[in-house]
Write a protein that binds this ligand. Structure first.
Ligand SMILES: Nc1nc2c(ncn2[C@@H]2O[C@H](COP(=O)(O)OP(=O)(O)O)[C@@H](O)[C@H]2O)c(=O)[nH]1
Ligand SMILES: [Mg+2]
Length: 196
């Protein structure tokens, strides 16, 4: 079982990207489970995903890096025994500090060595404004990342796209960074992102 955590602020495009990745993996025969920690703009249609062989668990009403740490480990444990997925996607609340997630899972021996891939989702439209007021939180999303996805290419100016690329490269030099326009339905491929 491999875990993929999508970090990023609320509204950056985490659920939209997650659904693209999950559909792609399910279509190629992988079993996929999804844990969401926040309801954003884009909801997850559980029935539709079930038809694809994907199931969704919701951990709502708190943040998995503080109040819901126990529930996260418990849910993961239940998913792994009852559902045995190849991939588990985790979308933490945009307000959570992702660095607390591995330590939350370490309490459960089964997950001490769980392979986690981190993908940071960055909204170039709001980056400057958010970094100005929430710099440590915004940076924490990138500092753990193995790869980054800059969304909303269709709406951002070339200057905003370049600023986002530079900000990511300064914090995590050399990580794979891909710009996407998810509105047009472009398939965002997990394979295109990792390894890079
Ligand atoms: N135009 C455009 N809208 C996007 C793109 N990616 C996400 N969105 C929109 O941004 C909003 C927030 O996306 P969502 O996936 O819910 O973000 P989350 O809160 O990080 O999960 C939604 O209305 C999406 O349709 C993109 O590449 N282009
Ligand atoms: Mg979301």
């Amino acid at each position: 079982m491999q875990m993929i955590v999508l970090t990023g602020f609320l509204g950056s495009g985490k659920t939209t990207a997650l659904l693209c990745f999950a559909r792609e993996l399910a279509a190629s025969g992988s079993r996929v489970a999804i844990i969401v920690n926040e309801i954003g703009d884009v909801g997850i249609d559980n029935l539709l995903l079930k038809q694809l062989g994907t199931d969704v668990w919701e951990l709502l009403g708190g943040c998995i890096c503080c109040t819901l740490t126990g529930q996260l480990a418990e849910t993961l444990s239940r998913i792994s025994t009852d559902y045995a997925p190849d991939y588990v996607f985790l979308e933490p609340s945009g307000a959570s500090n992702p660095t607390a997630i591995p330590s939350a899972l370490q309490y459960n021996k089964a997950f001490r060595y769980l392979r986690i891939t981190w993908i940071a989702i960055v909204d170039p439209l709001r980056l400057e404004e958010l970094v100005e007021v929430l710099e440590p939180l915004m940076e924490s999303h990138i500092l753990v990342a193995d790869a980054a996805l800059i969304t909303k290419q269709d709406l951002a100016t070339p200057g905003q796209m370049e600023a986002a690329r530079k900000w990511i490269a300064t914090l995590r030099p050399g990580i794979c960074c891909i710009a996407v326009d998810m509105k047009s339905g472009t398939l965002v491929s997990l394979r295109g992102l990792l390894p890079c």
